[in-house]
Ligand binder design. Structure first.
Ligand code: AHM
Ligand code: MG
Length: 339
């Protein structure tokens, strides 16, 4: 039997790949892994305990009902980041404002983390996969001071690492530091993430496409054209594609990463800026997509190039297999040319 590589060993072996190899980013990635194990345990018990299943009874800044597990996961990650010393501040989808940590230790932290503690949480009550998404940047404010809004509002191209944890039929942590994408599966009996999906590559095309088709009449006509293209016999496969939409971004993205496919959450006439958040959802998954050979764009531009102006900024989002994203872009451009 070949030796299992744990996440911890893998991170340590790869440390020299980081531009600033002082060990802090390695410790931070390990901290995320530890916090995610605690969240994974809570997710696995979600149906059993009244204190963590269901709505918290409050709404977050997005106007959405917070689930108890959202709050539990948010607190768990923040606690880890605050005590670790590598992070000077965080921003989370669940909190109105960013947090600049107060302790002297944290003020010397070189990184900020932006994250969605539990994406797809409306799926918790129906036992569908959910996930944590994270994005790590070097701070731009001086070390030794408190984190600033400028630290948080950096374009996705500045990410030094990004990843997600999928609480699915097994728990997986998938991450990149800009040198490819690797996936680790939590081995529950020993409580360790083990390398199960080395050097993940997204297939260049597939016959899978996914979007909430309830939005088909209110999105860009080029996207509607793409859905029609997928459903027709006049496409590159000569037969209809299969629709796959879980409605849980991490799970949809993970399937596309492994099997190929496209995920679309467009801007619509009712949500002209789209639904998904640039900083907590779109940028980290865009970095992973590009690192795996895929693409991530809005209706008009590459996601990673967007310079954010607000913490909870949203954007239209099209990500997945290279050829499929390019086909949507072609159909959008054709419609734009008609204008
Ligand atoms: P959330 O961050 O509030 O959980 O919302 C994001 C989720 C994604 O996981 C999912 O892809 C999308 O919203 C589903 O939206 P819809 O129900 O409109 O299809
Ligand atoms: Mg989310």
């Amino acid at each position: 039997m070949s030796k299992m590589t744990t996440l911890h060993e893998f991170i340590m072996d790869r440390q020299s790949e980081f531009q600033y190899a002082s060990g802090e980013l390695s410790r931070l990635l390990n901290d995320i892994a530890v916090a995610s194990k605690v969240v994974s345990r809570d997710v696995r018990r979600a149906g059993l305990t009244d204190d963590i299943l269901g709505a918290q009874g409050e709404t977050n800044i997005q106007g959405e009902e917070q689930q108890k597990l959202d709050v539990v996961a948010d607190r768990q990650f923040i606690k880890m980041f605050e005590s670790g010393g590598e992070v000077c501040g965080i921003a989370s989808e669940e909190n109105d404002d960013f947090m600049a940590f107060e302790s002297e230790l944290s003020k010397y932290g070189k990184y900020v983390v932006l994250f969605d503690p539990l994406d797809g949480s409306s799926n918790i009550d129906v036992n569908v996969s959910i996930g944590t998404i994270f994005s790590i940047y070097r701070r731009v404010s001086p070390v030794g001071t408190k984190a600033t809004l400028e630290d948080m509002l950096q374009p996705g191209t500045k990410q030094v690492a990004a990843g997600y944890v999928l609480y699915g039929s097994s728990t997986m942590l998938v991450y990149t530091t800009g040198h490819g994408v690797n996936g680790f599966t939590l081995e529950p009996s020993i409580g360790e993430y083990c390398l199960s999906h080395p050097n993940m590559r997204m297939p260049e095309k597939s016959r899978l496409y996914g979007m909430n088709e309830g939005n088909i009449e209110i999105c860009h006509p080029g996207i509607k054209d793409y859905a029609k293209y997928c459903q027709s016999f006049e496409n590159d496969f000569g037969a209809p594609y299969s629709g796959r939409y879980i409605g849980s971004l991490v799970a949809d993205f993970h399937r596309n990463l492994i099997k190929g496919g496209i995920y679309i959450y467009p801007a619509t006439t009712t949500s002209p800026k789209g639904k998904l958040r640039l900083l907590y959802e779109c940028n980290p998954l865009a970095m992973l997509a590009e690192q795996a050979g895929g693409l991530a764009v809005t209706e008009t531009e590459r996601v990673l190039d967007i310079v954010p102006t607000a913490l909870h900024q949203r954007c239209g989002y099209i990500t997945g297999s290279k050829n499929q994203v390019e086909k949507v872009q072609e159909l959008i451009a054709a419609r734009e040319a008609e204008k």
